[in-house]
Design a protein around this ligand. Structure first.
Ligand SMILES: [Fe+2]
Length: 215
């Protein structure tokens, strides 16, 4: 999602108001799945909400300093997301195409800074927090944390996230996920996920995964 938005911001013609409106709306919607069920910045915001509700209370007991630093990073990311959303509205209110082009370049820079910080944050969680969790928690304990996140997630947000996640998996990862679901998910859910793969996943990768899993 971040790479996609970044590419679109880079190539958008801010003099074209109609195209810019579509981009800013998508940007806000994406930021908002992070915050509500409909909205890339939003998928980005629920990252913080889910971790702070179901992961960090546990990790704070065994690694308080790192956990506190990651929470501060979440606050910084949220602040940047709100600033960019606000700047997007300001951009759309500008009548002059030249002014939009100049301000659009600034929004692009601010978004690049957000995306850089976001990726650095997620790498830090993988590189620093995940090893701490593996040291202090068993697999069932970590599965329980994951289960609480999934259990509290509205279905529409889960599908919005899957819409980003499924096309980002390689063939082995996608096949593994589908094989697990095939044995456990009710048929309507399996069909909904299969339809989502048809719509979102690269056809070659999707066909290869179907072959491997026997769908
Ligand atoms: Fe995080």
């Amino acid at each position: 999602m971040i790479y996609g938005l970044s590419g679109r911001l880079q190539t958008n013609d801010f003099a074209d108001l109609a195209a810019t409106k579509v981009l800013i709306t998508d940007l806000e919607n994406d930021f908002a799945v992070a915050r509500s069920a409909g909205c890339a910045l939003c998928i980005l915001a629920n990252h913080a909400v889910d971790e702070e509700a179901f992961i960090f209370p546990n990790t704070a007991r065994v690694e308080n300093k790192l956990t506190a630093e990651l929470i501060l990073e979440h606050h910084d990311l949220t602040r940047r997301e709100l600033e960019i959303s606000k700047a997007g509205h300001e951009l759309l209110s500008m009548d002059s195409p030249d002014a939009r082009v100049r301000f659009g370049a600034q929004v692009n820079l601010a978004a690049n800074q957000l995306f850089g910080a976001y990726i650095t944050h997620m790498n830090r969680e993988e590189a620093e927090l995940v090893p701490v969790m593996r040291e202090h928690f068993s697999d069932p304990e970590m599965a329980a944390m994951q289960g609480k996140i999934l259990g509290a997630m509205p279905p529409d947000r889960m599908f919005a996230i899957l819409g980003w996640m499924l096309p980002s998996l390689n063939v082995s990862e996608l096949s593994g996920l589908l094989a697990t679901l095939k044995g456990a998910a009710p048929p309507p859910l399996m069909k909904a996920i299969s339809d989502l793969c048809t719509a979102k996943v690269d056809p070659e990768r999707w066909n290869a995964a179907k072959l491997r899993v026997g769908l």
